[in-house]
Design a protein around this ligand. Sequence first.
Ligand code: FAD
Length: 393
Amino acid sequence: MSRADDGIVVVGGGLAGLRCAEALRKRGYDGRVRLICGEHEAPYDRPPLSKELSRTPAFLREAGWYPDNDVELVLGRPAKALEPARRTVTLAGEEAIGYEKLLIATGAGARPLPLLSGFENALPLRTVADARALGAILAPGVRLVVVGAGFIGQEVASAARRVGASVTIVEALELPLAGLLGVDVGRRLVRMHREEGVKVILSAQITAAHGDSHVEELELATGERVGCDAVVVGVGVAPAAGWLAGTGLDPSGVLTDPAGRTSIPDVFAAGDVSRPFDEVQGRHVRTEHWEAASRQGTAAAAAMLGDSPQKPPPPSFWSDQHGHRLQYVGHADIADEVRIDGDPDARDFSALYLRRGRPVAGLALDRPREIAAIRRCIADSNRPAPNTKETDR
Ligand SMILES: Cc1cc2nc3c(=O)[nH]c(=O)nc-3n(C[C@H](O)[C@H](O)[C@H](O)COP(=O)(O)OP(=O)(O)OC[C@H]3O[C@@H](n4cnc5c(N)ncnc54)[C@H](O)[C@@H]3O)c2cc1C
């Protein structure tokens, strides 16, 4: 049973967890706040890991912020279990700590590729420890294979080219991200990588991995063999929800209302581990983006203190590749039409996604003002859509 001084426990020292702790103090909460971190580092930012292959953590707050704000950091002690009936979380080392209110903010972990498990040079990229392991291998001329051309895979390919590595992307789809962003955008991204010297193999099925402790060659269904000194596996992430077994919470994304409340009293969830109800789409949606994790952590703090969070803006993210900034806003997955503006041969374009003629999403390369206009357009259904050329979805 919780005691009055158990206060608020935040499990997961990432962006969502930190934002919750910050918002609790900003709102004047003066009870105990504990931030339980599975990693040995205080909360840090993940985007620099793939954009800069950064080996030192980009801390979200300097060390003094935690004592100054009376936030207790518990490092390197992952939560092992949640017992809602006793209001306790058990940490590694079997210590059980009580809570009055709890935030689940354990993020997500990289999905493994069974064919590559056990090889020392086949790495995920989710943590600073992963970035250090990759950085120790990468050097000019090193052959890096990136499996999966999602945003993180594409960013790693771009950053590895900058250090002079010889990079191959192996992607199972005909075009990367085409299901979400459309074939035209997928083609432009592939062209950009190829122009930068990245070999891109599409519609590729990996059938075998050869090597002893280190993978040396990937074999594809076509019989092609791709030699490698290192492999980055970027085939998506799964919620870090294993420690919630037995609670009834959904391991494929903890369901919450728009404020982050779960079905368990006084238990909230935010960030990549959560699947909040999205009022625009009328369903629970898991978002693996920085802006959403930040906003959801703040919203959960408001809900814990009895306030209603503001209506969320449309989801958005950015990605940096080969010196260009790609920005996205909205819900392209519900679009039935894409309009592209910009020369297909130039790295300067925007895409407007419409549903029944109304803008629902936008994407732009190096056009921040256009993204801002599209964002306003999505929010204001009476505003005319920016003028763009129609293209296939
Ligand atoms: C390499 C990379 C690049 C990215 N780039 C972009 C980008 O350009 N734009 C964008 O919008 N988004 C980007 N993202 C996504 C964005 O960083 C995430 O959406 C965001 O970090 C999610 O925050 P979170 O707090 O939910 O989870 P996380 O940041 O994953 O934090 C969760 C924390 O909980 C810890 N944890 C896990 N299990 C336990 C446990 N049992 N007990 C205690 N602690 C635990 C984890 O170790 C981690 O420290 C990127 C992500 C990565 C990995």
